[in-house]
Design a protein around this ligand. Structure first.
Ligand SMILES: Nc1ncnc2c1ncn2[C@@H]1O[C@H](COP(=O)(O)OP(=O)(O)O)[C@@H](O)[C@H]1O
Ligand SMILES: N[C@@H](CCC(=O)OP(=O)(O)O)C(=O)O
Length: 395
């Protein structure tokens, strides 16, 4: 197996400008947390935690997607002289290792750390998707560091995301991140797997993930990692489609991690396919809507047309047809003309009960609340006009 020549990498891989960001998802692979097939070590996590702390100090938000539970579990079990293989064993190892993995990050973070375990199934189900998003938003608002990992205990074959690279991309879209950062044990995307091909050269920028680029990526070179470069490119493609650029870099190089704080990247930058707003708007405009609609009054129509606003219950006249919480619905004026589309935070029956009420009454009317908005401004698109500022429609 060929070793990567770090000096050669420095020569051919220049520092480049990192896209500006306020909220990022940082994915940290097992290889960075586990010492050569052994237990967890803070060796590389320290610099990454310092980067997160510096980002917080700059007023930025970070969601960490961390692997390492299986590696941690395996090391613990080895201490008890037991071997294991197969899916159930891997799930058991993950269950064993989740707590030490979280504990490692907590030991390196001044902010409280929150454990968020997700499965693909959670993110396919709209209600759970919205709940996961609401929880992550709340954690960020509380100033907590969310640490996301796959819920390996319940993830089996077809339900399984398979790797945290893809999970990180889905989470980046979920929290509307500006940037996806993938820290691995390799400096960049290479023209071929650098562990197998000594002639492989690093690639600084990828404008579009063409089939030729995707063909460069191979599997993981180690026992601890799962997806290799292939799943990193899959993740970058998902992020690009959601309007989010991806930066791949080595989490083993403290200087590379420190440079991120200065807005510099030594690694591979994969561009977004469109802006986030364009990607989201396109989806909201063109995805199939539920067979139901929300009617709003003239004041709400005006406000929606004028700015980037949320729809609050006060501006709602009623709801027609059937739809559930999280469904994409049409929003129409009193005459039934379509004015906007958006994801409803409440089902049709709930919207009918909330029509014309103030947001603070939601709890009294329903006995619970999913939030003040019937449709959050991030989930809403006007049918004609682009949307701009950030206020709310109450009447
Ligand atoms: N074209 C490529 N460029 C860079 N790395 C590659 C490429 N193809 C395969 N790899 C392998 O992918 C590995 C990183 O993925 P992986 O082992 O899953 O790490 P992680 O635990 O960080 O997710 C690298 O160490 C490298 O051996
Ligand atoms: N959920 C697993 C990690 C799966 C995974 O994607 O690992 P890696 O390829 O190292 O990012 C764990 O915590 O061990």
């Amino acid at each position: 197996m060929a070793m990567i020549d770090t000096k050669k990498v420095r020569d051919v891989l220049p520092e480049q400008v990192l896209p500006s960001w306020r909220r990022a998802v940082l994915k940290v692979g097992s290889n960075l947390l586990a010492a050569d097939g052994g237990g967890l070590t803070p060796r590389h996590a320290k610099a990454l935690a310092a980067f997160i702390a510096a980002s917080h100090a700059d007023g930025r938000e970070v969601v960490l997607v961390s692997s390492g539970a299986v590696a941690a579990g395996r090391a613990l079990l080895r201490q008890h002289a037991r071997g294991s293989s197969g899916l159930a064993a891997r799930q058991a190892l993950a269950a064993l290792g989740q707590a030490p993995m979280i504990a490692l990050w907590q030991s390196l973070s001044a902010r409280p750390v929150a454990q968020v375990l997700l499965t693909h199934d959670d993110l396919r189900n709209r209600r759970r998707y919205l709940n996961a998003r609401a929880t992550l938003r709340e954690l960020l608002q509380l100033g907590v560091l969310p640490v996301v990992n796959e819920n390996d205990t319940v993830s089996v074959d077809e339900l399984k995301l398979g790797d945290n690279d893809n999970l990180a991309a889905i989470v980046a879209a979920l929290v509307d991140a500006d940037l996806l950062l993938i820290a691995s044990d390799v400096d960049a995307l290479y023209s071929a797997d650098p562990r197998r091909d000594p002639a492989a050269v690093p690639i600084a920028q990828v404008a579009a993930l063409t089939p030729e680029i995707v063909a460069m990526a191979g599997d993981s070179g180690s026992a601890a990692g799962t997806g290799g470069m292939r799943t990193k490119l899959q993740a970058a493609a998902k992020a690009a489609a959601a309007g989010i650029p991806t930066a791949l870099f080595s989490g083993r190089e403290a200087a590379t991690v420190q440079a991120l704080q200065r807005g510099r990247l030594r690694g591979t930058l994969i561009a977004a396919a469109s802006t986030r707003l364009q990607a989201r708007k396109y989806w909201l405009r063109h995805a199939p809507a539920a067979p139901g609609r929300i009617r709003i009054d003239a004041g709400a129509v005006k406000a929606l047309a004028g700015g980037r606003v949320s729809l609050l219950p006060g501006g709602v006249l009623g709801a027609d047809g059937e739809f559930h919480r999280g469904d994409l619905v049409e929003i129409v004026d009193a005459d039934g003309a379509a004015v906007a589309r958006g994801l409803s935070q409440y089902g049709a029956a709930e919207v009918r009960r909330l029509a014309g009420r103030h947001s603070r009454e939601i709890d009294d009317v329903l006995g619970y609340s999913y939030g003040d908005e019937v449709v959050h401004r991030d989930d809403l698109v006007g049918m004609n006009r682009p949307v701009a500022s950030g206020q709310e429609v109450n009447a």
